[in-house]
Design a binder for this molecule. Structure first.
Ligand SMILES: Cc1cc2nc3c(=O)[nH]c(=O)nc-3n(C[C@H](O)[C@H](O)[C@H](O)COP(=O)(O)OP(=O)(O)OC[C@H]3O[C@@H](n4cnc5c(N)ncnc54)[C@H](O)[C@@H]3O)c2cc1C
Length: 394
């Protein structure tokens, strides 16, 4: 006999745990979150967890700002630690993207983001190690930074538990049964459930799971490799998170501790398609060398880094416009999607949690028009447009 559950959340990453947290503030005992592994050990655990506000779409920028305000006061608002570190954020662009950057900065300021445009000389004052060759302008956010993704997910899950939710680790959804346009049964390795509302926060595993119930979303699984570089003695301490949108650079980096920097790619078409369980491998030597070449052209101090290829491989669940799918499914009436976060979803987790809470409780979401992030935008040929058209930094 299937156990009835009012809100069944599948997936214990930053997305699913944030959703469980926000619903639990209203209906704690009515939630069960099911995670096949451990909370935060999916793609969340591979994330560089950068928290920036620079977006070119106003709706997404507002979501990033709403989320940022949660990360800033996490202990007070959620409880526990999210490991937020404020090191600042810089996005640098070449001449052809300069007017787009100025437009973005104006829009961001109009919604309340503390950011401004700086020229190459000011950038050099801010980060003396940078070679500004080819940089026409940059946007600077002094208050942004990065967090600890696993602590964040665990803290959200802990809060949900405190509010009465069941958070089940090591429980795997094996099968979904849909009848009459509704998912009626969710079978796991432990039990069988009948959900009133089924929330999918299953990231790269979404199509593998929902495909069995006849539902496939327009999602690709793309590989993202992160290189770990040791900085030389003259470049220790913090540096701002830095994203370089010049096409012969296309990298981002963030500090890790006193001497290390994580580097990733923002090449729009450079990510290889792969399978949902392909994460975890070390970085390839070829990618590490390519990152090293680009990073040390921009920050010559890296030429004096010891050569020791280190890093890891994570996966992005990517939609055609690199923005998420959030909202009710049109065919499976009790399913709400929170997937397709396209490599930038960690920072949006609190806002996604709030929006999905609103939908699950039958309210209008406050943060965006219902339908804005729906799958139908692709069927209608109306993707969310962006200034740069460069995937993950859009
Ligand atoms: C290398 C890398 C760097 C990134 N850097 C950034 C960044 O700097 N800033 C940023 O904002 N975002 C970044 N992201 C993106 C961000 O980390 C993700 O969008 C976000 O963490 C995804 O969280 P999620 O909860 O949706 O997915 P996941 O963390 O993958 O969680 C999904 C969970 O669902 C569970 N699950 C799946 N199927 C089942 C099943 N059948 N039964 C039970 N459980 C199941 C999985 O075990 C998993 O834990 C990065 C991602 C990667 C890979």
């Amino acid at each position: 006999m299937a156990r009835r559950v009012q809100y069944l959340v599948i997936g214990g990453g930053s997305t699913g745990t944030a959703i469980a947290h926000y619903i639990s503030l209203h209906e704690g005992r009515a939630i069960r979150l099911i995670e096949k592994g451990r909370v935060g050990w999916g793609q969340t655990g591979y994330s560089t967890a950068i928290i920036r506000l620079h977006y070119s779409n106003e709706v997404v920028a507002r979501m990033a700002l709403t989320s940022f305000r949660v990360f800033e006061r996490f202990e007070e608002l959620v409880g526990g630690d999210c490991g937020f570190r404020r090191v600042g954020f810089v996005v640098a662009v070449p001449e052809d993207l300069r007017s787009g950057l100025s437009r973005n900065v104006a829009m961001l300021r109009s919604v309340g983001v503390e950011t401004w445009e700086i020229g190459p000389e000011e950038l050099k004052d801010l980060v003396p190690q940078v070679d500004v060759n080819g940089i026409a302008a940059a946007a600077y956010e002094p208050k942004s930074g990065f967090a600890d993704p696993v602590s964040t997910a665990q803290s959200f899950a802990e809060s949900a538990r405190r509010n009465g939710a069941e958070v089940a680790e090591g429980e795997s959804v094996l099968k979904l049964v849909a009848e009459g346009g509704v998912v009626t049964r969710v079978l796991t390795n432990r039990d069988e459930y009948q959900p009133d509302v089924l929330i999918a926060a299953t990231g790269v595993w979404t199509n593998a799971l929902f495909g069995q119930a006849g539902k496939l979303l327009p999602l690709k699984v793309l590989r993202e490799e992160i290189g770990v570089f040791t900085r030389p003695a003259e470049f220790t301490g913090d540096h701002p998170v830095f994203a370089d949108l010049s096409s012969d650079y296309f990298f981002y980096m963030r500090p890790h501790g006193e001497r290390e920097t994580y580097v990733g790619s923002i090449e729009p078409f450079g990510h290889q398609e792969c399978q949902p369980d392909d994460a975890g491998a070390t970085i390839s030597r070829e990618t590490f060398l390519s990152y090293h070449e680009r990073v040390s052209r921009r920050f010559p101090a890296f030429l004096r880094s010891p050569f020791s290829p280190r890093g890891w491989t994570g996966l992005y669940d990517v939609t055609p416009d690199w923005h998420p799918i959030i909202g009710r499914d049109t065919e499976l009436k009790n399913v709400i999607w929170a997937v397709g976060l396209s490599g930038h979803g960690f920072k949006l987790a609190p806002a996604i949690g709030m929006a999905v809470r609103d939908m699950a409780l039958g309210r209008k979401p406050e943060l965006f028009e219902e339908g804005f992030f729906s799958e139908e935008r692709f069927l209608k040929g109306e993707p969310i447009t962006t200034t740069y058209g460069i995937g993950v930094v859009s």
